[in-house]
Design a binder for this molecule. Structure first.
Ligand SMILES: Cc1ncc(COP(=O)(O)O)c(C=O)c1O
Length: 445
């Protein structure tokens, strides 16, 4: 009885006081109050145990409330919870910077901290634009992005993203960006199923537009989600095509910004998706999995070449950007603890196991009649369902699919008609098999 009262009290107050992200305020379904989470599971106030198959918006790597991360935050909280990061520094941030640079592509040489994925991208965009400003090159002001891109909800992030309902109310305030056609060549329907074909029509159009733009000498930077566009529906494209785009950019001195906010920390099967390419980015954006999903933290890294444009006593050449919680010690401690776990042999084996299981499942459901397309890379599996409506975040199928799986105690939050899996790496083989079998049954109905 008491339990039920508690549930209704939380929900009543939630409805009265709280505004949730990406959620209409005229809501039909109340949110689920969660009281604890452990491993791959979320526990509701009314006693349900729900498998978190999307790692709570792609952040969780090692399972919820992981004792190693919890202990690191607790220990840090008793020593130093926070300090201004201008004029001061601390060991958790320095240690994290050193450790990140040791695993990132070898050209990355400095770490700039912020506190989420949008700010990591915002910092990258500003860094790239100011790089050219500091060099006195006033020609280079334009940015290239990919159609379907998502780089966060700040104004810079929205500007370099696909124009859609997410940012329509602000469209007049967004700066202009050149969008390359998405190189759909990874798709089965493209170039007769031959993957990674830089000669295919779709890839050619992307590469050709990149060449034309690069040639103008006006481009400051190219920003991209390497190999997987998350919010666009986990759309995948080939490393060969990305490498080609990066080569063109580098030939024309365009700064390449890899937004690895979603793809970083093992998600694509390698520590960073950029490792699939031979060309290295100049700037990288990290967040989400960086703390194992325990604390908010953003990071933007860059090369010595970028840094050199800022090494100046001239006041105007300083990078005037920062946030109150820049390099928060608790978040850095969580990130260091998450890295301990990520680099363990067992975790890398788990990532490998999930990659293999996804690949097998992909082959099993590929020709299922309700499946328009299925793709997988590393720990991500994306399944586009056939629909009368167009494939988009706003496809009405999302709600019913979400409810269907939630009723089975599995959290899957489709991007429109794209159902995807991105579980924490700690998920057991049997749990993943259970999710696959529920998806298979769903597809058969
Ligand atoms: C590739 C990418 N960049 C940036 C962001 C924004 O991150 P955040 O939600 O932490 O602001 C996201 C979030 O989904 C993302 O997927």
């Amino acid at each position: 009885m008491k339990k039920n009262n508690l549930v209704s009290e939380t929900l009543r107050k939630d409805e009265q006081y709280v505004w949730h992200p990406f959620t209409p305020l005229v809501r039909s379904d109340a949110p689920l109050p969660i009281v604890k989470a452990e491993g791959a599971y979320l526990y509701t106030e009314d006693g349900r145990k729900i498998l978190d198959a999307i790692a709570s918006w792609w952040v969780n790597l090692h399972g919820h409330s992981h004792p190693h991360i919890a202990q690191a935050i607790f220990t840090q909280a008793q020593k130093l919870e926070h300090v201004i990061f201008a004029g001061f520094t601390h060991e958790p941030a320095v240690k994290l910077a050193e450790r990140l640079l040791a695993i990132l592509p070898s050209n990355q040489s400095k770490v700039f901290f912020s506190d989420n994925g949008s700010t990591a991208c915002e910092v990258a965009i500003k860094m790239a634009l100011q790089y050219w400003y500091n060099l006195g090159n006033i020609q280079r002001k334009e940015i290239i992005a990919l159609q379907g891109a998502y780089h966060g909800d700040t104004f810079g992030g929205m500007s370099v993203a696909e124009r859609n309902l997410f940012n329509k109310p602000f469209s007049e305030k967004l700066f202009d960006v050149h969008f390359l056609p998405f190189p759909a060549c990874y798709e089965v329907a493209c170039c007769a199923g031959k993957r990674n074909n830089t000669q295919c029509f779709s890839a050619k159009a992307t590469i050709q537009k990149m060449q034309e733009l690069a040639h103008t000498g006006k481009i400051a930077a190219f920003i991209y989600e390497p190999l997987v566009q998350g919010a666009a529906g986990m759309r995948m494209y080939s490393p060969e095509i990305l490498d080609e785009l990066l080569s063109i950019a580098q030939k024309y001195d365009i700064l390449c910004i890899a937004d690895e906010v979603m793809t970083g920390f093992g998600r694509t099967g390698k520590l960073f998706a950029s490792e699939y390419c031979s060309q290295k980015p100049d700037i990288m954006c990290l967040s989400k999995g960086i703390t194992g999903g325990a604390m908010p933290l953003g990071v933007t890294t860059c090369t010595e070449k970028v840094i050199n444009a800022f090494r100046s006593a001239e006041k105007i050449k300083t990078f005037y950007h920062g946030h109150s919680y820049t390099a928060n010690p608790l978040a850095c401690a969580a990130a260091n603890a998450s890295l301990d776990l990520l680099l363990q042999k067992e975790t890398l084996q788990k990532i490998h196991q999930m990659t293999e299981m996804h690949t097998t499942f992909e082959a099993q459901i590929r020709s299922q009649k309700r499946v328009a397309k299925v793709q997988t890379l590393g720990t991500i599996l994306a399944l586009e369902l056939k629909s009368q409506e167009e494939t988009s975040y706003f496809n009405n199928m999302a709600k019913d699919i979400y409810k269907h799986f939630l009723a089975k105690n599995i959290l899957l939050r489709p991007l429109g008609n794209v159902l995807y899996l991105m579980p924490p790496y700690c998920i057991e083989k049997s749990e993943l098999e259970w999710v696959y079998s529920e998806i298979s049954s769903f597809l058969e109905n």
